[in-house]
Every structure is written in structure tokens, then in C-alpha cells.
Ligand binder design. Structure first.
Ligand code: KE4
Length: 430
């Protein structure tokens, strides 16, 4: 057993001062058991905890660290920005450069506003869609997670699903009534909601590739079907690409699947590991945002120089090295292929969903295409798998309803470590 005594004592102390001992619920390991690991530092594909244990990192800070930890281009940019003071509360050249770069890399985004988190991005995008259309209701998909904004904590994924609170207390009935729910990958359900709420639906928001009920891919024609329905009924189509943006392709999932939303939300990678979010889209919609238009949204640290410096370094590197995406796809598909071989050689019924550098091993014999099929997974078995992988030095996302994230720092040797540990863990569960 690894010595994690310092993590244990830190967690005991943390629980006195922080709800649940963590600043984001999923980090508490409640879904997988055991004591959360307190990380001290990271480099490349490696995490190092407070007790000096080393782990292969398959969380990537939940997406941002797509180039691995402490990448020199990002480090250098942050170091330089820090010398000019971390924040001014006034417009800066970096924000203009970031806005232009995002609009260039994601052509559906004609104008973009920087905020400080994915939650702020999705909350703001929905408010603007409501202001632009004059309509109140939105449609979200069961199991999709769009941050902790009230409108989204209905049938939410990620930590909300992990802890069995997909419908959180504290969200008022008044708010909940304006959020309509449909199963992911089900166009008929969307058509029904539109028929039942004609001219009342401002927006449909979804993760074009879901990461927050585990990795779930769109069925063929699903995204285009949503596009067509939104065009026909003047509904704003919002792709929440906080997770998939700049990870699945330089232009995100919308480039990968060739479907153009009206608005896009971003986060994670565009901050290079610093707090960030962004929302953008069609000019006619974004010109409704204050001070250009009447829909108010603001933020003290929006467009923060440090986050812009880190994000610009990351995005410029990704833009200048498009082969990164073939590299990420190669890592993800090789791991998926080998893990599937291990599953069938041991005779287990589990299923794997993978696209690019996102992968989830579901402990169910069903094909996982939506919330209901994802929930057939044996979360207890996942917990045992997680602990067995952790003991072997592989740090997975601590929930069945999350995706593993791979970075370009994962070498062939590191892949071998992951596969050896995976085979041993699956054998232990057989
Ligand atoms: P943040 O507010 O956590 O920056 O972003 C919210 C968000 C919005 N949209 C999507 C598609 C997201 O995946 C997220 C946040 N992702 C989770 C991971 N599943 C963050 C991890 C956490 O909550 O600690």
C-alpha cells in the first residue's frame, strides 16, 4: 500500500474549513471510496502527491492540460505576464489577440466574451439567447453538465450525477420550470418538446460529445438534426465545448462533426490551466451583450492578463502544431483498442466509448448512448477498478460518469504502464 499519510492529515484538516474538504465535489473521492490524494506538483504526464508518490495523470485538470503539465511555452508566458502585475481591470492587448484567435480557430464564433469559468460561460450564453429571442425556456439533455448554474442543475451530469443530486436542492421551481429535459441522442424527444412549447424555447444547449456522463458520442445525424430543428424554429443552438473545444480538434467538436452552432461556450484549454471561460457566436446574437446591447454580463477578472497569457500560449502552440490532434487521436484509439482486447481476452462484458483523447470504460454490458444506458454501469465495480489503478500509480477521474483525458505528454512507455495496470485491475475484478 502506498503511504498517503500526508494526504490523509491534510484531508482531515481540510474538512474543518472547506465543505467536504474540497473546493469541487468530485475531488473528494466519495464515488470511489478512500482518501483523496493531495497533489503537490506535476510535470508532463506525471502527478506527484504530498507523500512523494508518482502517478500517471489521466485527469489533465479535467481537460486544460492537453499538452501535459508545466509545458515550457505556457510556463514562460505566465512568468512573463506576472512581471507586469497580474490584473488591471482595464482592457488589454492580450484580450484582443485572444478574441481574434478564438474567432479565427472557431469560425462560427464571430464575437466572443471572456469570463472566468465554464459555468459563467454557459450561464451567460443562455441569458443572451433568452434576451435575443425574447423566449424563456431552454432544452438541456439528461446527463449533460454545463456547470453549476441554476438552470443547468436539472438532470445534470458530472459531480451532480456522481452524488445522486442531478436535481440540486436550492434550485427554485420557477427556474426549473424553464428548463426542459430530453435524452441525449433522441431527436424525436426534442421535436415533441418543441411542439409542446411552440415559440417558447430560446435555446437548446448540449455537449456535442458528452464528457459528463462518461464519454458519450453523438449518433450519426443527431447534431445535424438538432441544427435543422433550431434553424426551422428560430431556436439558438448552443454547443457547450468547455471540454471538447480545442481538444477534439483545433475547431472543436463542431469542426470534427461538421455542424455549426449559433453559440459556443469554451473554457479549460483556453486558459492553459488558469481560471477561464468564454462564450461567443453569431454577431447578431453577441451584439445583444452589454455594453453593445441590453443583456448584462460582467466580471472583475474577465480576460485576466495571466489567464490570457497562458491561454494564448496554449492556443498558438495548438494552431502552429496541428499534428497534435493526430497524436492525441493516436493515443486515445490505441488505448481503446488495447483495453478492448484486454476486456474480451478476460471475458468481461464492459464497454468503452472513445473519441480523440477522451475515453470512458463503462462497467456495463450495454452500449452507452445516453443517460439511461450510462446509469446501468456498476459504480461499485468502477470504485474497485479506480482504487486498483490508483494503487498501481494510474490516477483516473474519480467517477464512472467522467472521461479520462490524454495529453501529448503520454509516451509509448507511459501507455504501456497504463495498459499493464488496466489488465491487472480488470483481472482482479473478473
Ligand atoms: P467550470 O465552471 O467547472 O469551469 O465549467 C463547467 C463546465 C461546463 N461545461 C462542461 C461541458 C464541463 O465539462 C464543465 C466542467 N467540467 C467538470 C468535469 N466534468 C469540472 C470538474 C469539476 O466540477 O470539478
Amino acid at each position: 500500500m502506498r503511504d498517503i499519510s500526508r494526504s490523509k492529515s491534510l484531508f482531515e484538516k481540510a474538512k474543518h474549513f472547506i465543505p467536504g474538504g474540497v473546493n469541487s465535489p468530485v475531488r473528494a473521492f466519495r464515488a470511489v471510496g478512500g482518501n483523496p490524494i493531495f497533489i503537490k506538483k506535476a510535470k508532463g504526464p506525471w502527478l506527484y502527491d504530498e507523500d512523494g508518490n508518482q502517478y500517471v495523470d489521466l485527469i489533465n485538470s479535467w481537460g486544460p492540460m492537453v499538452l501535459g503539465h508545466a509545458h515550457p511555452v505556457v510556463e514562460e508566458a505566465v512568468r512573463e505576464a506576472l512581471q507586469s502585475s497580474p490584473s488591471f481591470g482595464a482592457p488589454t492587448a492580450r484580450e484582443v489577440e485572444m478574441a481574434e484567435l478564438i474567432c479565427t480557430m472557431v469560425p462560427s464564433i464571430e464575437k466572443v466574451r471572456m469570463v472566468n469559468s465554464g459555468t459563467e460561460a454557459t450561464m451567460s450564453a443562455v441569458r443572451v439567447a433568452r434576451g435575443f429571442t425574447g423566449r424563456d425556456k431552454i432544452i438541456k439533455m439528461e446527463g449533460c453538465y454545463h456547470g453549476h448554474g441554476d438552470s443547468f442543475l436539472i438532470a445534470a451530469g458530472s459531480g451532480a450525477l456522481t452524488f445522486g443530486t442531478p436535481d440540486s436542492p436550492g434550485v427554485t421551481k420557477g427556474t426549473a420550470q424553464d428548463t426542459l429535459i430530453a435524452p441525449f441522442n433522441n431527436l424525436q424527444a426534442i421535436q415533441q418538446l418543441i411542439d409542446q412549447n411552440s415559440n417558447q424555447i430560446a435555446a437548446i444547449i448540449l455537449e456535442p460529445v458528452v464528457g459528463n456522463m462518461g464519454c458519450v458520442l453523438p449518433m450519426p445525424e443527431y447534431l445535424q438534426g438538432l441544427r435543422d430543428l433550431c434553424t426551422k424554429h428560430n431556436i439558438v443552438l448552443i454547443f457547450d465545448e468547455v471540454m471538447t473545444g480545442f481538444r477534439l480538434a483545433s475547431g472543436g467538436a463542431q469542426q470534427l462533426y461538421g455542424v455549426t452552432p449559433d453559440m459556443t461556450t469554451l473554457g479549460k484549454i483556453i486558459g492553459g490551466g488558469l481560471p477561464v471561460g468564454a462564450y461567443g457566436g453569431r454577431k447578431d446574437i453577441m451584439d445583444f451583450v452589454s455594453p453593445q446591447g441590453p443583456v448584462y454580463q460582467a466580471g472583475t477578472l474577465a480576460g485576466n492578463p495571466m489567464a490570457m497569457a497562458a491561454g494564448l500560449a496554449m492556443l498558438k502552440h495548438l494552431r502552429a502544431n496541428p499534428e497534435v490532434y493526430d497524436h492525441l487521436d493516436g493515443i486515445g484509439s490505441a488505448l481503446a483498442d488495447e483495453m478492448n482486447k484486454q476486456i474480451s481476452s478476460i471475458g468481461l462484458p464492459y464497454t468503452i466509448n472513445q473519441v480523440g483523447s477522451m475515453l470512458t470504460l463503462f462497467f456495463t454490458d450495454q452500449r452507452v448512448i445516453d443517460f439511461d444506458t450510462a446509469k446501468t454501469s456498476d459504480t461499485g465495480l468502477f470504485g474497485k477498478y479506480f482504487q486498483c489503478m490508483l494503487e498501481q500509480g494510474i490516477y483516473l477521474p474519480p467517477s464512472q460518469y467522467e472521461a479520462m483525458f490524454f495529453s501529448t505528454a503520454i509516451t509509448d512507455e507511459v501507455m504501456e504502464l497504463i495498459l499493464k495496470a488496466n489488465h491487472r485491475a480488470l483481472q482482479a475484478l473478473a
